[in-house]
Every structure is written in structure tokens, then in C-alpha cells.
Design a protein around this ligand. Structure first.
Ligand code: NDP
Length: 446
């Protein structure tokens, strides 16, 4: 490790012990930002980057609720208000047993750069709970969401902090949280994004992260005169992002061969078509079943206990499940098997060693903070529609999303070009940093 980065990271690790995911996210950014600061001393002099790794505010709270057996359950709730230099805090809520302070600080930190890249006025935040919605009844999920919001409502608002969904938080959970917010505050405002269409949601918001990840892959491929049509695509996950990435790949003529969940992955050599995707959507969103059932239904291969499909042959890989789900060995296998493009639907799914393999082999590699920014960008469009009290058409929102992804790609090209190769990690980090840093300098030491 470079000595300057090491010195910086020693401080970060001492100050934030046992927050491993946060250390990983900061180090990845520090590796490109610290050299950039040396070339641009105006940022260094006022310690902008040091300020950016410190959340503006962290809220931690108790969430008591009663399960269906009448027993009291207690979870922990969080909201990390990371940076509001360019707009209200914005970022999703995650419900998963692995949620802790370090995970949410990593996600909030990434969100600051991502939101800046969208070019919309969005600050960065993230929140969630160690609550596991899996296996819970709708009534239990509702009671939990209402208890969470009974505390969180005082910290958020349409001009302050606007949460959305993430792992374990979809339309059902957002509906319950929004309902309780509205009830306590007695106001119908755009305090959440990812809302249902009947109460202020935007068309294309559910699709946006998956579609955007594919649009970003399309832009990267175009730089080497390649396209998605005819290519085999491995996707991990089978939730919101994975489903809509699959839908867009099918529409563009690619062949999706894998999907997964935390129990295992399926490989379908014939490809997942629209009919099979409809089956997955019903299985995951309505029945809340396991991906294994896909293999039983369509006679595909199922690998139990391995939720990472990266040893399978593909030309494009879209990790859409969770952080650190693609390691060095898997990255080497992908490259060896002919993968030319990795576009991350999930946040930080590739380990630092895997990223190194992609960069060394000069394959097209779009990091999550750029490639999956379409979700939050469309959340920004939902906020604009709510403020205008208008609803744009599906085509209009999709067109805006597509243009935003093209612009993010252009920003990455501008800051990440290294000879013939585009280092999208560098491009996204510097491209995201500059706007926030300039705003922070203009606003003084706040
Ligand atoms: P969902 O909850 O809808 O789906 C998550 C999927 O990933 C499920 O298939 C789940 O399997 C699997 N998964 C989750 N955790 C693990 C794990 N530890 N190991 C293996 N598989 C796992 O979430 P989303 O689709 O919304 O989010 C997926 C990723 O995309 C996350 O990294 C999220 O931060 C990122 N993202 C999401 C955005 C959005 O708009 N929703 C925006 C930008 C990024 P199982 O059901 O078995 O748990």
C-alpha cells in the first residue's frame, strides 16, 4: 500500500474500529483521491476529504415490536446522515441481519459520490436495521415498520432526508413506513422514494437500478465497438436490481444464464426469457420463495450453497446481490472464461483484489457508485415530480434515466482516461468528489 494511503487509513481505522466495510470503501476512494489532492492543493488545505469521511450525523435507535406470538422483539435502527453539501440526505434503508454501523457508513459514504455523479441536487445518506423480513408475516413487517418510523419521522423530511429502498426494503416496506410517517406528521409529502404509483411514486423507479446498470454496460461496450446483443450474461441476486437488469438484457438481445439468492444459484443454458423472468418475479415478489424452485420448474442446473455464479462462462457479469460477493479467484475465472465487461448493480460487490484483476486485465469495469446510480437518479426524478405535483410518462422518465447514465459515463471518461483504457474507478471517484468538495469549500467549515 502507498505510504500516504496507509497513513490516512491508519487514522480511519483507529477512529472507526471494527467497521471493516467502511474501511474498505474509504480506502478504495483514498487510493485515487489522495493523489488528486496532491495535484489540487485547494482541497487539501481545508481538509475536505477528511471532513467527507466523518458523517454529519448518526442516529441509532431502539425498535421494539410485537411478533405474531405476542412476544416482544427488539431490533436496532440507524440513519447515517453523511453529507448534505449539495442537497438533502438521500439513500436507501436496508433490512438485513448483517446490518450494522460499519455497513451503513460504507453505503452512506458511497452514496455521497454516487449522488453527486447523477448531477442532481442530492446529498448522501443511508439507513436500516438488523431486522430480517424473511419468514415474517405481512402484519409483523407492518408492526416493525411502524415502530421504526415512530422514531425516524423526527429526523427526516422532504427537504432534510429522503430515504428509499435497498436490500429487504421493497414496495411493501416503503408503503408501511410512509403510511406511518404521514399519520404522525399529518402531511402528504415526498419524504420517501420508491413509493407506490397510487401515492406519489414514479414510473420506472422500480426498474431504474437494473436498467441503469445495463445502460452503463452498454456505454462501456460502445467504447470498444461492442454491444449487448448476442452476449451471454451472468447475473447474481434475484431481487429488485437483478430482476430488472435481466429484463433490460432480454430487451437488448442478450442471454441471461444465471440468477441466485443467498441459498444457491441457477444456471440456465437456454437463457432466461420474458416468460421465465415473469416466473421469477412472481416467485420472489409474491410467493417469497427460493431460486431453487426455478431449476425445478424449468429443468435448469441448481448449485446449492453457492450464491455466486462467477465460475460459469459469460461475456458480461452483472453482480446484483450484495457487497464482497465476487473475489479475486472468481475475477480471474471470469477473465479467463472470456468476460469483457463487469457492471455493478450492487454496492461494492467486488473485493479490492477482484477489482485489481479487472484493472490489470484492462477489461471494462464499472464500479457500483457509477453503474448503479440510476436508482437514486430516478429517486431524484420522483422527488421533482412530487414537488411539481405531476407524474411524467414512463417514456419520459426512462429517457431521463438513460441520459443520466450516459452523462455519468462521460464524467467517468473525463476523469478516468489512462491512455486507451478508461479506469472507471478513478473516473467515478474524482468525478463524484469534485462537485461535493467545491460545495463544501463554498459553505465554509460546516
Ligand atoms: P433485494 O432485497 O431486492 O435483493 C437482494 C438479492 O441479493 C436477493 O436475491 C438476496 O437473496 C441476495 N442477497 C442479499 N444478501 C445476500 C448475501 N449476503 N449473500 C448472498 N445473496 C444475498 O435488494 P436489491 O435488489 O434492492 O439490492 C441488491 C444490491 O443492489 C444491494 O447491494 C443494494 O445496495 C444495491 N442497490 C440497490 C438499489 C435499489 O434501488 N434497490 C440502488 C443501488 C444499489 P435472499 O433473498 O436469499 O436474501
Amino acid at each position: 500500500m502507498d505510504a500516504t494511503v496507509k497513513k490516512f487509513m491508519d487514522l480511519v481505522e483507529t477512529k472507526n474500529p471494527s467497521e471493516k466495510a467502511f474501511h474498505q470503501a474509504v480506502k478504495e476512494v483514498a487510493e485515487t483521491i489522495l493523489p488528486f489532492l496532491d495535484e489540487n492543493p485547494k482541497y487539501k488545505a481545508v481538509k475536505v476529504f477528511e471532513r467527507m469521511i466523518e458523517p454529519e450525523r448518526v442516529i441509532i435507535f431502539r425498535i421494539p415490536w410485537i411478533d405474531d406470538k405476542g412476544e416482544v422483539q427488539i431490533n436496532r435502527g440507524y440513519r447515517i446522515e453523511m453529507n448534505s453539501a449539495i442537497g438533502p440526505y438521500k439513500g436507501g434503508m436496508r433490512f438485513h441481519p448483517t446490518v450494522d454501523l460499519g455497513v451503513l457508513k460504507f453505503l452512506a459514504f458511497e452514496q455521497v459520490f454516487k449522488n453527486s455523479l447523477t448531477s442532481l441536487p442530492l446529498g448522501g445518506g443511508k439507513g436500516g436495521s438488523d431486522f430480517d423480513p424473511k419468514g415474517k408475516s405481512d402484519e409483523e413487517v407492518m408492526r416493525f415498520c411502524q415502530s421504526l418510523m415512530t422514531e425516524l419521522y423526527r429526523h427526516i423530511g422532504p427537504d432534510t432526508d429522503v430515504p428509499a429502498g435497498d436490500i429487504g426494503v421493497g414496495g411493501r416496506e416503503i408503503g408501511f413506513m410512509y403510511g406511518q410517517y404521514k399519520r404522525i406528521r399529518n402531511e402528504f409529502t415526498g419524504v420517501f422514494t420508491g413509493k407506490g404509483l397510487e401515492y406519489g411514486g414514479s414510473l420506472i423507479r422500480p426498474e431504474a437500478t437494473g436498467y441503469g446498470t445495463v445502460y452503463f454496460a452498454q456505454e462501456m461496450l460502445a467504447t470498444i465497438n461492442e454491444e449487448i446483443k448476442g452476449k451471454s450474461v451472468a447475473i447474481s441476486g434475484s431481487g429488485n436490481v437483478a430482476q430488472f437488469a435481466t429484463e433490460k438484457i432480454i430487451e437488448l438481445g442478450g442471454k441471461v444464464v444465471t440468477l441466485s439468492d443467498s441459498s444457491g444459484y441457477i444456471y440456465d443454458k437456454d437463457g432466461i426469457d420474458s416468460e421465465k423472468l415473469a416466473y421469477v418475479q412472481n416467485l420472489k415478489n409474491i410467493k417469497r420463495g427460493r431460486i431453487r424452485e426455478y431449476a425445478d420448474e424449468f429443468g435448469a442446473k441448481y448449485v446449492e450453497g453457492v450464491s455466486r455464479p462467477w465460475m460459469e462462462k459469460c461475456e458480461i457479469a452483472l453482480p446484483c446481490a450484495t457487497e464482497n460477493e465476487l473475489n479475486e479467484e472468481e475475477a480471474k475465472a471470469l477473465v479467463k472464461n472470456g468476460c469483457i465487461c463487469v457492471s455493478e448493480g450492487a454496492n461494492m460487490p467486488s473485493t479490492p483484489e477482484a477489482v485489481e484483476v479487472f484493472l490489470e486485465n484492462k477489461i471494462l469495469y464499472g464500479p457500483g457508485k457509477a453503474a448503479n446510480a440510476g436508482g437514486v437518479a430516478t429517486s431524484g426524478l420522483e422527488m421533482s415530480q412530487n414537488a411539481l405535483r405531476m407524474a411524467w410518462t414512463r417514456e419520459e422518465v426512462d429517457q431521463r434515466l438513460h441520459n443520466i447514465m450516459i452523462n455519468i459515463h462521460n464524467t467517468c471518461m473525463k476523469f478516468g482516461k489512462e491512455g486507451d483504457y478508461v479506469n472507471y474507478v478513478k473516473g467515478a471517484n474524482i468525478g463524484g468528489f469534485v462537485k461535493v468538495a467545491d460545495a463544501m469549500i463554498a459553505q465554509g467549515y460546516v
